[in-house]
Ligand binder design. Structure first.
Ligand code: PLP
Length: 238
């Protein structure tokens, strides 16, 4: 699947404008929110076109699909920054540790230990966010809010990881205020854990997608993960 480059450029600019407007509306500086372009299901060519417009950070859900694109685009200048945002089973941690720059979905110590053990020595520590099940959605992955500080304390000790923050995927809710309320819970937890850890690099709250990025920014997100609004609709669920 491929998009024409002008459509991708216009879409990217529209998302940047949404983020800027949301920052202005909540009196935040425009550079306090990072855009992660979620390229799952789209081609390396589409990523290349969005990168040519200045976008650096890209998110992938399916690890093998992501690795294929990382390899295809490894000579990009400046280098792209790749984020694993999909579920991670133990048998996939090695690929993540060897190829990605970030992992957003760590929710067990065992996975974190494997990522640290498997991170190649010549690479910088892998940036990690802990995925939190902030709204108690039953089918979802993510650690319970009450258990986050204990896991964060252990993950922060792992030598080849840099614990950067928290990540959430709340179930969709109707209405701006309701969306803000869910995201605000995540922000409160983030602030609490940050204060307890006393870890300067703990600076990332990954939340907000195409449908709710304004609410996420209002509540204090520092990184929104946007797929559909940049690349268009996906033809398979992901
Ligand atoms: C697909 C996905 C996104 C992007 O979703 P859109 O609604 O297309 O913006 C963000 N985060 C995660 C974890 C995803 O799986």
């Amino acid at each position: 699947m491929s998009n024409s480059d002008t459509v991708l450029r216009d879409n990217l600019h529209a998302v940047q404008a949404r983020i800027a407007a949301a920052c202005a509306a909540s009196a935040r500086s425009a550079n306090s929110v990072q855009l992660l372009a979620v390229s799952k299901t789209f081609s390396a060519d589409d990523v290349r076109q969005v990168a040519a417009c200045g976008q650096r950070d890209f998110g992938e859900n399916y690890i093998q699909e992501g690795v294929d694109k990382i390899i295809a685009l490894q000579d990009s200048q400046p280098a792209l920054v790749w984020h694993c945002i999909g579920p991670m089973q133990s048998n996939k941690t090695k690929l993540v540790a060897e190829h990605f720059d970030w992992a957003h979905t760590v929710d067990r110590l065992k996975i974190a230990q494997r990522l640290s053990d498997q991170r190649p020595a010549h690479l910088a520590p892998l940036n990690v966010c802990l995925q939190v099940n902030i709204d108690g959605g039953e089918t979802k992955s993510g650690i319970a809010p009450a258990d986050v500080l204990a896991l964060a304390t252990e993950v922060a000790k792992l030598p080849r990881l840099a614990l950067r923050g928290l990540m959430t995927i709340p179930d969709p809710v109707e209405g701006f205020d309701a969306q803000v309320a869910v995201h605000a819970k995540a922000r409160a937890l983030f602030d609490e854990v940050k204060a307890a850890l006393n870890l300067p690099q703990f600076d990332t709250l990954s939340m907000g997608m195409t449908g709710d990025l304004e609410a996420a920014v209002q509540a204090g997100s520092t990184m929104v993960r946007v797929g559909t609004a940049i690349f268009g609709g996906r033809t398979y669920a992901a």
